[in-house]
Design a protein around this ligand. Structure first.
Ligand SMILES: Cc1ncc(COP(=O)(O)O)c(C=O)c1O
Length: 428
């Protein structure tokens, strides 16, 4: 952590200055951290030389996609608009793998028309794709009956998950592929997100390799994403280098038995971008109940939903006074729901020791680069924050703050234009 004169710095810029120049709430991303994480990930799998597909659902900002492209990575896309954005950023169609779920025929048609490889996750979709594109190429997502993740909402393997063709249904895949003369290019699995221990990843890998052994003529095996980062101080990180070595060893041994080399694919999202992101919010109010000191801010779960949705922990720092007298406080947002609290634990509101915040100070919520802005909403008709990229003491705007017009654009009736009487800070 870069602290100078008791103030927090991000990418060489004082957080307070960023907040003053760009307003709050503000998402700030450190380019150097994204590049560091990309390189660490690549280096952990050097020998396997996999295609690394960034999962842009974690954060789709084109400025981030350009860094990802520059680092030589490919793309895991899950919707037609994700595909479209990546093409607009300059990724080639063959660098993109489209893995939808419960897709429409229009979704599949769009990917096919763009020349983007399609990965299907159910027998029904495989059948439909065969009807739409007989003789074409396809890969399949397998549910290995193993799942993992930081919360039950994000576990994507096992019988309670809607994702993937169960590994026990392999013969039916073969029948459909044959009937439509499809080329089955690969098998894929993704068992969940925010995983910090390798055990389940390796167990799922074994199931996928066993499935792959029964499918001739594959070109690749895709082991998905899920690589977690430690959010809480003291939490043990995923031993990525060790996991990379072990996956590489098992994959090489498999290819030897399979009779020819296959391409390994991996799909990290969170690992690459989470730690680059900080959400700066301004303290708007401090008040007490018999239970807690509530520190109110100008943001909320509309901008960072992970605490209320998953009980997720994000470190909070008083960026205006990093060290000093601390008190146990609850940090809340400005959304009209009592669950709108950033300091959540698995069973609800938690207090957190924070350098005693005062109205007007800037708080920094850390590690929000993944599933932060991408899961944000316009609830309560609050605009989404601006985003800036910082590097070597310079900041540039990479997404402007939403304005009133952005929020009401889709409404087709019932409004009458009014003279603009909104306060300057929210004026379109
Ligand atoms: C198919 C697929 N691949 C990759 C990812 C990326 O996961 P993570 O951000 O945990 O690496 C996801 C996320 O849910 C996913 O659904």
């Amino acid at each position: 952590m870069d602290v100078r004169g008791n103030r927090l710095y991000l990418g060489g810029c004082a957080a307070e200055d960023l907040a003053r120049q760009h307003g709050t709430p503000l998402y700030v991303y450190e380019e150097a951290v994204i590049r560091r994480q990309c390189r660490r990930f690549k280096e952990s799998f050097t020998e396997a030389a996999p295609d690394i597909h960034y999962s842009l659902k974690a954060n789709p900002n084109p400025a981030i996609l350009h860094i990802i492209k520059d680092e030589g990575l490919c793309i895991d896309a899950v919707s037609p608009f994700e595909v479209r954005l990546c093409l607009e950023v300059g990724f080639r169609p063959e660098q993109i793998l489209f893995t939808g779920n419960n897709t429409t025929s229009e979704d599949l048609r769009y990917a096919l028309d763009q020349g983007v490889a399609v990965n299907v996750g159910s027998l029904g979709e495989l059948e439909r794709l065969g009807d739409m594109n007989p003789g074409g190429r396809v890969s399949v997502r397998i549910n290995p009956d193993v799942g993992d993740g930081h919360h039950h909402h994000v576990i994507t393997g096992g019988p309670d998950s809607k994702f993937g063709i169960y590994h026990s249904d392999l013969e039916r895949i073969g029948e459909i592929v044959e009937r439509h003369r499809l080329t089955l290019t690969g098998v894929h699995s993704h068992i969940g997100t925010g995983i910090l221990k390798p055990d389940h990843m390796l167990a799922a890998m074994e199931v996928i390799l066993a499935a792959a052994a029964r499918l001739p003529r594959l070109e690749f095996i895709d082991f998905g994403g899920g690589y977690g980062i430690p959010y809480r101080p003291g939490e043990s990180p995923l031993p990525l280098e060790e996991l990379g070595r072990e996956m590489t060893r098992r994959f090489a041994a498999f290819c030897k038995k399979y009779g020819r080399p296959l391409k390994m694919k991996l799909e990290p999202g969170r690992f690459l971008v989470a730690q680059s992101g900080t959400l700066l919010v301004r303290v708007t109010n401090v008040h007490s109940t018999p239970g807690h000191i509530f520190v109110g801010t100008d943001s909320g779960f509309n901008h960072l939903v992970r605490p209320i949705m998953y009980g997720a922990y994000h470190q909070i720092i008083n960026a205006s006074a990093v060290e000093g007298d601390a008190a146990p406080v609850v940090v809340a947002g400005n959304i009209c729901e009592s669950g709108d609290v950033f300091t959540q634990g698995k069973s609800g509101i938690e207090e957190r020791e924070l350098t005693t915040p005062e109205t007007g100070q800037v708080l920094a919520l850390r590690d929000v680069g993944a599933y932060g802005i991408s899961l944000s909403s316009q609830y309560n008709l609050r605009p989404r924050p601006a985003e800036v990229m910082v590097q070597d003491g310079a900041a540039r705007l990479i997404r402007r703050r939403e304005i009133y017009d952005d929020l009401i654009r889709g409404f087709v009736e019932g409004r009458e234009e009014r003279a603009n009487s909104a306060p300057e800070s929210v004026r379109p």
